[in-house]
Design a protein around this ligand. Structure first.
Ligand SMILES: Nc1ncnc2c1ncn2[C@@H]1O[C@H](COP(=O)(O)OP(=O)(O)OP(=O)(O)O)[C@@H](O)[C@H]1O
Ligand SMILES: [Mg+2]
Length: 644
């Protein structure tokens, strides 16, 4: 056994967050820890890590158990390189390496005693079994998986953005050769690709771990145990996440049935007692009283906390034109982000998409006026009342209570109103006096959403609002945004969430922002336009066959060679296709050339241009397939002729 909690209880003031938690974690077990926001997941993980006090119960850990968590330290002032920082995970290996080096030096200086030779051999063996010869490779793989380049490894830690520093710290924990790895919502700072990589990493990891997340990308196939925390109690399940969900539902159902049956029995009996207690059958009534008092009560079915109601309203409409951007250039550290043209109209809902670090947050901050652009034009329309949900939630006053925070957001605060707002967001009763600084991640996100609601904004800029929120809260938010009548720019890594809310796309890729009048995540895949020489050269026929040909007329499998007529037709098909490929490629490169010229973009509607490009790409693809089909058919025929 690696670690165990026995009857652990923990309270914050009046609130009992953990009420006797039992949990055993054995070597090699892979746990997901789930539960609603504020249920105590972070608290529990910190107790496991030995970083948080608890009021009663017991924490037992195997002797010399090495636990890895994502460090809390601030890298903003750290001068050493990212590589040096990550190498700290291999402290033991590095120590052994140094010892070995010393021994080698002794040997070089003539020490050939058996003791020295033995010591060296022992260390070499240790290194072999503890990743001593692979850690460099592991480090690089981790850098790449978390979205860095190998060269980034040489940069000082402090030169990385806030999000990048979070990823470095995650990397530090992942590389640690710990017996138990504890991860609290590791997906919050990762984009899709990186989350996929993390899922893969965990699937392949031989270590025991506990990960707090609801993200299927990370959970799928990675865990074999699930712990569910609710109302201070921990429920543990064996199996993957999907089977947990089924088991949990079953458990709920049978518990509900048992509970309902017992409740019906209790009320029938109580009725009997009430009726006959004073009459002739008082003896029986007393007997039933005894039965009731001895009855072992079925616990009420588990119910999550109530969701919050989020109705996003505003008073005045904006003008038709909400935002106009022309040729904006923003600084992204060493590089720049170019925004040729954006036109945001009233009521539009835009997905702002792009890989991590591509500049989405920078663009939003420029739009709110938080950072100044290098050059270009940016104009907000009339009557715009903006609310910005910042990913890092820097604007919440950490030192204040919830009550005061909400009070300060209201124009004419009164106690009743403040309490009703807080209650609706799950901070009812005494919790109003809790300090903002002590809120859980999800609670803080909720409070921030409440602040956005109270701003009555007609334009919302939301940067990853679903991070930290539990499943239920995400659903609430989805509904609120769907029915919102204002204008919205939304950053999220959740494609499904975006698809259900937005109708436009701004895609940030390759240092440039492109727009589309519908939701289209593929916009990120368009290759950065290349500047080509004047006359497009005749393209070489496509070399490899595209996967699974979608050609409407597949080449039928033939027993014999083609007839003369068939051969002629196939040859013509090939020639036609070749000509089409040449023509379409020339058109495509001409268009790409125009794409790369920022001036040209404004002489014509960008959207139309982009649509033409998409259409062209598809036509070219099918022409290439046609060419391949015809060529293959001819080659087969050649073979048959040659052989027959
Ligand atoms: N110092 C504190 N004082 C008062 N209450 C606290 C303190 N720290 C945490 N809490 C409360 O304890 C509860 C559990 O917090 P915890 O951070 O463990 O929740 P969580 O399950 O991780 O939530 P989330 O899903 O939002 O991350 C929350 O309601 C939180 O507000
Ligand atoms: Mg938490």
């Amino acid at each position: 056994m690696r670690a165990a909690l026995i009857g652990v209880a923990k309270r914050y003031g009046e609130r009992e967050v953990l009420r006797g938690v039992d949990w055993q974690i054995h070597a090699g077990e892979r746990w997901a820890l789930v539960g609603p926001n504020g249920s105590g997941k972070t608290t529990l993980l910190r107790i496991l890590a030995g970083k948080e006090e608890y009021d009663s119960g017991d924490l037992r850990r195997a002797r010399a158990l090495r636990v890895a968590t994502v460090p809390q330290e601030d890298l903003a002032g750290v001068q050493s390189s990212a590589r040096t920082y990550l190498l700290k995970a291999f402290d033991q290996v590095l120590k052994k390496e140094a010892e070995l080096e010393r021994l080698h030096k002794d040997m070089a200086e003539g020490d050939h005693t058996q003791a020295t030779l033995n010591a060296a051999a022992e260390i070499q063996d240790w290194l072999l079994h503890h990743g001593g010869y692979t850690y460099e490779m592991e480090l690089e793989r981790c850098l790449l998986g978390l979205g860095f380049t190998v060269e980034d490894g040489a940069r000082p830690c402090r030169s990385f953005s806030g999000g990048e520093q979070m990823r470095l710290k995650l990397g530090r924990a992942l590389l640690d050769p710990a017996d138990l790895l504890l991860l609290d919502e590791p997906g919050n700072h990762l984009d899709d690709t990186q989350r996929g990589w993390l899922g893969q990493f965990l699937r392949e990891s031989p270590r025991a771990f506990v990960v707090v997340t609801h993200d299927p990308e990370i959970l799928e196939g990675a865990v074999d145990h699930v712990a569910f925390l609710l109302d201070g109690k921990l429920y543990t399940f064996r199996g993957d996440f999907a089977s947990f969900q089924t088991q949990f539902e079953e458990m709920q159902k049978s518990r509900e049935r048992a509970y309902d049956q017992q409740q019906a029995f209790i009320s029938r009996t109580e009725e009997f007692i009430r009726r006959y207690k004073a009459g002739q059958r008082s003896k029986q009534a007393r007997g039933r009283e005894k039965v009731l008092s001895r009855l072992e009560r079925v616990e009420a079915p588990l119910r999550g906390p109530e969701g919050f109601a989020l109705r996003l309203t505003f008073e005045a409409l904006t003008g038709e034109d909400v935002l106009t951007v022309r040729d904006l250039k923003l600084s992204l550290g060493p590089s720049q982000l170019h925004v040729p043209k954006l036109d945001l109209k009233r009521g539009q809902k835009v997905a702002l998409i792009g890989a991590n670090g591509s500049g989405k947050t920078t663009l939003l901050r420029a739009l709110t006026g938080e950072t100044a652009p290098l050059e270009g034009e940016m104009r907000w329309g009339t009557n715009v009342l903006l609310a910005h949900y910042d990913q890092h939630q820097r604007k919440l006053p950490h030192g204040d209570t919830l009550f005061n925070t909400v009070g300060n957001l209201l124009k004419t605060p009164n106690r009743e109103q403040i309490m009703s707002h807080l209650g609706a967001f799950g901070f009812g009763g005494a919790r109003a006096e809790q300090g903002v600084g002590s809120l859980s991640g999800g609670e803080r996100a909720r409070l921030h959403l409440l602040a956005v609601l109270l701003a009555h904004a007609n334009v919302l800029l939301l940067d990853e609002p679903t991070n930290h929120l539990d499943v239920k809260a995400v659903e609430m938010l989805r509904e609120s945004l769907q029915s919102y009548k204002g204008t919205l720019v939304l950053v999220s890594h959740d494609e499904e969430f975006l698809r259900s809310v937005v109708d436009q796309t701004w895609a940030v890729a390759g240092g440039k922002v492109r727009a589309a009048a519908h939701y289209d995540p593929r916009l990120l895949e368009i290759p950065a336009p290349k500047v080509e020489r004047a006359s497009a050269p005749r393209p070489a026929p496509p070399k490899s066959r595209p996967a699974a040909s979608k050609s409407p007329e597949p080449v039928p499998a033939k027993k014999g060679a083609m007839s003369k007529n068939e051969r002629f037709r196939a040859e013509k098909r090939k020639a036609d296709a070749e000509a089409a490929v040449a023509k379409l490629s020339a058109e495509k490169s001409a268009l790409e050339k125009r794409f790369s010229d920022p001036d040209a973009v404004f002489q014509e509607d960008w959207r139309a241009l982009h649509e033409r490009f998409e259409k062209l790409k598809k036509q070219l693809e099918s022409a290439e397939e046609e060419w391949l089909d015809a060529t293959t058919a001819l080659e087969e025929d050649d073979a048959l002729r040659g052989g027959g």
